[in-house]
Design a protein around this ligand. Structure first.
Ligand SMILES: [Zn+2]
Length: 65
């Protein structure tokens, strides 16, 4: 039987397992965590697109010199 607790290392909801007196925390990937990861991925994509655009603009400016 596993117990659910907050992992002291990363603060995420985790399953607590005790094996040979050693307590291990296994993070539970709940829906909320997945949603956050998806949001972060989208934000990174947007950021990448912006950075690429800026790079191109910079190149154009530098070629004008
Ligand atoms: Zn953890």
């Amino acid at each position: 039987m596993s117990q659910v607790a907050i992992c002291p290392n990363c603060g995420s909801k985790s399953k607590v397992n005790t094996k040979n007196g050693v307590i291990t925390y296994q993070a539970i990937q709940d829906e909320e965590a997945f949603k956050k990861v998806e949001q972060l991925k989208k934000a990174i994509e947007k950021f990448k697109a912006k950075a690429e655009k800026l790079e191109q603009e910079l190149e154009v400016l530098m070629n004008k010199e």
